[in-house]
Structure formats: C-alpha cells, structure tokens
Design a protein around this ligand. Structure first.
Ligand code: ZN
Ligand code: FE
Length: 261
C-alpha cells in the first residue's frame, strides 16, 4: 500500500492510498490535482472518503463522480453533504482496498465530523488515521460547530490510538502550530527538536505529515492539557485563566489563546 499526500489549494492535502492499481482518496476539495495524480500513476479511483462538510474537503466531489461513477462517496451520517452514496457513523466498518476501515465520530470542528482508521494495514505497516480537521500536526481544528468538551473528548480518543499510528491531517499547518506550541511550552525539548526537523522538511518542499500519535502526544499542546507545564501556562497567560486546572479548562484556554496568537 502506498500513501500519497496530494497538495491542493494553498495548504490542503488530499490523501491517496493505493495498491498500484486502485486507490482511495480522502477529502477531495479539488478534483484537478487528484485526477492528475491518479492519471500519472495509472490508478482507478475505487472509493472517496469524506470527513466533514467544509468546501475545501468536498469541492471536488461532483466532478469526480462524473469521471468515476463506480466509486462510492462515503461520508458522515450527521452532516448534509451533496453526493454521498453511503452515510457512516461511529463503529461502522468498510472493507476498502482490502483494508478494514473503521469510522470514528469526532465532533468539535464540525458537529458530525468523522475520521477513518485502519488499525492493521495489510502490508504490515503502522496504523493509518485520516482525521480531517480534528487533529493537526502540533495543533487542532477550530471549533466551528462543537463545544470545547466535544473537541477535547475527540482529541483524547485519538491520543489513545497506538503511538505508531500515522496521522494524516488535511492541512499543512504544522509550522505555524509549532510556533504556538513552543510559545506555550518553551521547555519541551522534543518540541524544539520537532520544530527543527519540520522546518527542514518544509524548506526542502516536503510535507510534515504524516506525523504519528506518539509525536503528537509528546509535542501537541492540545493533547497535553493534563501536563503541569501546560496547566501553568494556561493559568498565567491565557485570556480566560483555567483556574480549576482540569484538562478541559486548560484545553478551552489554549484553544482561545491560539485563536488570538
Ligand atoms: Zn474544515
Ligand atoms: Fe479544512
């Protein structure tokens, strides 16, 4: 199985997983770059997965359905998306490209946001997570429709996945997120190391993704709200101090702080 991030717009990735003949694609906000990649590799589109209803994730669906009418479009049961063939929700599984793909409900960025998780890829490689705009490299999505409690629960679910899980987010926001993370947690050496590593990747024109769940646990402030250093930072500097120090209060303060950073 080969995993490819296809760049779209200014900072989106359309993730493609293929076996050399057939492919699945996640969140095709734009059809053209995906079609170019599939055509250049001689791949047939077998299935399209959608995480949520935002235009930069679904904008290519109409054109792709015309070109590949046999490829079903699978998306969240809880969102109004034109052109879905199958609506899925938490716990559903689909057999795609010979992989068992599990659906996780992850409300927060949008109310019905889902992710797709392949726990045991058939090639023996690490698990794969397509998490849309929920978890980003060193950050998380904005709360457009959900509550902080929902988003924090969604992120906690992702943090509990195997550490080796490859995290395939839809946006290349990692360096900007790392600047905030370093500001909040200046003493985290693993974070400093990640920033140097990911800056070098971007300077060479490479994606910073996929990251891994373990790397996110170690460096993503939104997965570290139970850590004393994050609690202290949120209390001192966030506009709405997290006085009770619970992970939810720290998360809420951090998300608000990041919005203004
Ligand atoms: Zn979005
Ligand atoms: Fe997006």
């Amino acid at each position: 199985m080969t995993l490819i991030p296809v760049p779209a717009f200014t900072d989106n990735y359309i993730w493609v997983l293929h076996d050399g003949r057939t492919a699945l694609a996640v969140d095709p906000g734009d059809a053209a770059p995906l079609e170019q990649t599939l055509d250049s590799l001689g791949l047939t589109l077998q299935t399209i997965l959608v995480t949520h209803h935002h235009a930069d994730h679904v904008g290519g669906l109409a054109r792709l359905r015309q070109r590949w009418p046999a490829a079903p479009v699978i998306g969240p049961a809880g969102e109004a998306i034109a052109g879905l063939d199958e609506r899925v929700q938490d716990g559903d599984r689909r057999q795609l490209l010979g992989q068992s793909v599990q659906v996780l409900d992850l409300p927060g960025h949008t109310a019905g946001h889902v992710a797709y998780f392949i726990e045991a890829p058939s090639d023996g490689c690490a698990p794969l997570l397509f998490c849309g705009d929920t978890l980003f490299g060193a950050g998380c999505g904005r709360l457009f429709e959900g509550t902080p409690a929902q988003m924090q629960a969604s992120l906690a679910r992702l943090a509990a996945l195997p550490g080796s899980t490859r995290v395939c987010c839809t946006h290349e926001y990692t360096l900007a997120n790392l600047r905030f993370a370093r500001h909040v947690e200046p003493g985290n050496e693993r974070l400093a190391e990640r920033e140097r590593h990911d800056q070098a990747l971007r300077a060479a024109g490479h994606p910073t993704l996929p990251s891994s769940i373990q790397l996110e646990r170690d460096t993503n402030p939104f997965l570290r709200c139970d850590q004393a250093e994050l609690q202290a930072a949120a209390c001192l500097r966030a506009p709405h101090p997290a006085r009770d120090g619970t992970p939810l209060a720290v998360f809420t303060a951090l998300r608000d702080w990041k919005n203004r950073f």
